[in-house]
Design a protein around this ligand. Structure first.
Ligand code: G3I
Length: 373
């Protein structure tokens, strides 16, 4: 109790001190030498429609992931038609500010047009035809950004909660080796790019076992894989960070980098069956599930602050293994958690509020970085 009061007092003092000082440190500066600090960015920010966004992003973050711009449905909406405008602008913005770019994502079951799996008559593609289509997509997209993207989420969310491979069109038509093929095609297209497997809930034991088996299989076949992304769509009450701790260690034993790639902490009441990030699952809006429209009560703000402090204590403990921590959104107003799994809510899952002001959790996180230098 005494410790918590002292921490709260310390954070309050830092908030007051920083509001008097002209230059607050950027998050990325606080974690210099520990790991990269990234954010997901969207069209509003990249095209400058939000006037404050670009300078703010450049100050706080040193890594950028396009939130949607490189997904198949966006970058390759029709057969033979690639739409690079937003992704190009994202890469140009990041490079202008010396931020690394993470490519997200090449092979995923979601946000992919139906035509990908069909021939021109609407019949299912053969294995060979789908492999050819996958290769064309990967070599075109990765080739387009060769030398500009530090690493790619090559395969996204291919493992189910029980550790088995997710039943997707990729698996159904090509078979289990679609994953290795995707990594091989990506490596051929840009041999210098890092290649990652990315998933949500893969800190949980059963899913983690499946991911470890998948990565070992690639490694046994001599296929390049550089890292595992733990998305980190987390909550105030879940997961138990002990399991995250354990998973980082288990993944590190594979000799790959570990990244937290899409982090936020949901503060709203959410049915447990909607934890994770299975975006095909949703629930209907109810006012009782949207309790903080007028602002976040101090009690919940404190829980969020403590949770972020605990999380960063843990991430810093593993800083030799963790190469990047990316927040899924720049500030609370931009978070996808305002609209998923229940649309139209007011959520507060990030370190900055809707006016770009740092929240107490931001100071708590910076404090952890200082303590653990
Ligand atoms: O931009 C259009 C807008 O023009 C249109 O009027 C509106 C109406 O539907 O849609 C807008 O696009 C939405 C977009 O978010 C921007 O808000 C898309 O419908 C919606 O599908 C999209 O959701 C994204 C979701 O992935 C699906 O692609 C979220 O931004 C994005 O945060 C989320 O990110 C995923 C990761 O890629 C993978 N891991 C899970 C994570 C959360 O689902």
């Amino acid at each position: 109790m005494k410790n918590r009061l002292m921490t709260a007092a310390l954070i309050l003092l830092m908030v007051i001190a920083s509001s008097c000082s002209k230059e607050e440190p950027g998050l990325k500066d606080a974690f210099e030498g520990d790991f990269l600090i990234g954010t997901a960015v969207n069209a509003t920010q990249v095209f400058g429609k939000d006037e404050k966004a670009q300078a703010f992003i450049a100050k706080q973050f040193n890594s950028v992931t396009p939130e949607d711009a490189m997904k198949w449905e966006r970058i390759h909406p029709e057969p033979g038609m690639y739409e690079f405008t937003l992704a190009d602008s994202t890469v140009a913005f990041a490079r202008k500010h010396d931020m690394t770019v993470i490519g997200h994502c090449l092979v995923w079951h979601s946000q992919i047009p139906g035509w990908v799996f069909q021939d021109s008559l609407g019949n299912p593609l053969t294995r060979d035809a789908l492999l050819e289509r996958m290769k064309d997509h990967i070599s075109t997209v990765v080739g387009h950004y060769k030398g500009q993207v530090k690493g790619w989420d090559v395969v996204n969310e291919a493992v189910d909660e029980d550790g088995s491979l997710r039943k997707t069109k990729w698996l159904e038509i090509i078979g289990e080796d679609y994953i290795e093929k995707a990594f091989e095609f990506a490596h051929d297209a840009d041999p210098d790019a890092e290649l990652y497997y990315n998933d949500y809930n893969n800190e949980e034991r059963a899913k983690r076992t499946g991911v470890i088996a998948l990565v070992k299989k690639l490694q046994d076949k001599g296929i390049r894989i550089d890292g595992i992304g733990i998305q980190g769509h987390w909550h105030l009450d879940s997961p138990d960070f002990k399991v995250v701790d354990e998973s980082i260690s288990e993944y590190a034993k594979l000799g790959v980098k570990v990244m937290v790639t899409e982090m936020e902490i949901n503060v709203l009441p959410t049915p447990v069956w909607l934890y994770g990030a299975e975006i095909s699952k949703t629930a209907e809006y109810r006012d009782s599930l949207n309790p903080y429209v007028a602002g976040l009560p101090d009690s919940v703000q404190n829980m969020l602050t403590d949770r972020y402090a605990e999380l960063f204590r843990l991430l810093l403990k593993h800083k030799e293994t963790i190469s990047r921590v990316t927040f899924w959104g720049v500030h609370d107003g931009y978070s996808w958690k305002n609209n998923w799994p229940i649309p139209g809510r007011t959520n507060y899952p990030l370190l900055f509020d809707r006016n770009y002001q740092p929240k107490p959790a931001y100071y708590a996180v910076i404090e952890q970085a200082k303590k653990m230098k």
